[in-house]
Design a protein around this ligand. Structure first.
Ligand code: NDP
Ligand code: OXD
Length: 309
């Protein structure tokens, strides 16, 4: 009975001592040292290489070491019969809300313009709306979207959320489905994506979506890079349909050195750090998933591979 751990080398170095201390009776295999594949029961993974999971004949449970599972489901050979649990760590949710609040405030308070003015030595006041006059639309009103929404609302923003299924979230206007998307885009000056990457959400932030948004609107993407059509964003910024974008996730990560986003004056780039996995807090969820599985209890935060998240 062994547990495979496969994430980035840096993350693996953080997980290793914590896992060994928390589960002393267990045998761990830290990738790339896999040993006898037939002995591996559980896999704790982040963006595993294609074919890795399919090559484990006795795998019983997959625990995602991230909130998003697109890196697991993208592998056409992943074993669909094996349950997948994703990470839902309240500390990570807090971190995401910090990122969203920070970027929404930057866009709301015209930080990109004032930074440009500072560089030019220009002292000029800009007309400024109050937060309550600014509607923020959150695409993906799940764990992270709702938490970010609550925190934005505390500041005073007028927040609404969009999900796949109809949701009643006290205090928020909510939308779902295609008609709901048109409604939320049409009224939001700042649109935040906290969507998972699925067949339906790939390319959702495209020219058509930008055209629906009020002129001069802005976007924040912390969901996944492939939700954004990057060329359409550049066109929308060029035409003035959009006024800015704060992006944490990209088609290709790391963002290639010659990518136009790096030096674009209306784009803020961060290197996929909006809400990083913190092994020190996440380990409790990993242990709970394995405990629940072994006790035959229902698994919390189970992924539906058909739905894609
Ligand atoms: P949840 O599963 O809790 O929420 C996902 C939300 O997206 C739900 O409201 C869901 O709708 C909605 N959704 C999914 N598909 C569609 C669709 N086709 N149309 C409309 N709404 C849809 O996930 P989390 O909040 O925990 O995480 C969201 C994503 O954030 C992750 O999948 C990941 O991609 C990203 N992330 C990014 C990080 C970063 O550092 N940049 C860190 C962590 C996560 P419904 O409520 O109906 O199910
Ligand atoms: C995640 C991420 O999905 O860090 O957890 O992007």
């Amino acid at each position: 009975m062994a547990i495979l751990v496969r994430t980035t080398p840096a993350a693996q170095a953080r997980w290793r001592p914590l896992l060994l201390a928390a589960m002393p009776g267990r045998e761990f295999r830290f990738s790339p040292e896999l040993g006898d594949l037939a002995a591996i029961d559980y896999a704790l993974v982040w963006q595993p290489e294609r074919g890795l999971l399919a090559g484990l004949p006795n795998l019983k449970l997959i625990v995602s070491l991230g909130a998003g599972v697109d890196g697991i489901l993208a592998d056409p050979s992943f074993p669909r019969q094996v349950p997948i649990v994703r990470l839902v760590d309240p500390y990570m949710t807090d971190a995401m809300s910090e990122y969203v609040v920070f970027q929404v405030l930057r866009l709301h308070r015209q930080d990109l313009d004032y930074l440009a003015q500072q560089r030019a030595g220009e002292w000029r006041e800009r007309p400024q709306k109050n937060a309550c006059e600014r509607r923020v639309g959150i695409l993906g009103f799940g764990t992270m979207g709702q938490d970010a929404g609550r925190k934005l609302k505390t500041i005073g923003f007028d927040v609404s959320g969009w999900s796949r299924s109809p949701r009643t979230v006290p205090g928020f206007e909510t939308h779902h489905g295609d008609a709901g998307l048109a409604a939320i885009l049409g009224t939001s000056e700042i649109v935040v994506s906290l969507l998972p990457l699925t067949r339906e959400t790939e390319g959702i932030l495209d020219a058509e979506a930008f055209a629906r948004m009020p002129r001069g609107a802005a976007i924040v993407n912390a969901g996944r890079g492939r939700q954004l059509v990057e060329a359409d964003l550049l066109d929308a910024l060029e035409s003035g349909q959009l006024s800015g974008a704060a992006l944490d996730v990209f088609h290709d990560e790391p963002l290639p050195p010659n990518h136009p986003f790096w030096h674009h004056p209306r784009i803020v780039v961060t290197p996929h750090v909006a809400a990083e996995t913190h092994p020190a807090t996440a380990i409790a969820m990993v242990e709970a998933a394995i405990r629940d599985f072994e006790a035959g209890r229902p698994l919390a935060n189970r992924v539906d591979p058909e739905r894609g998240y």
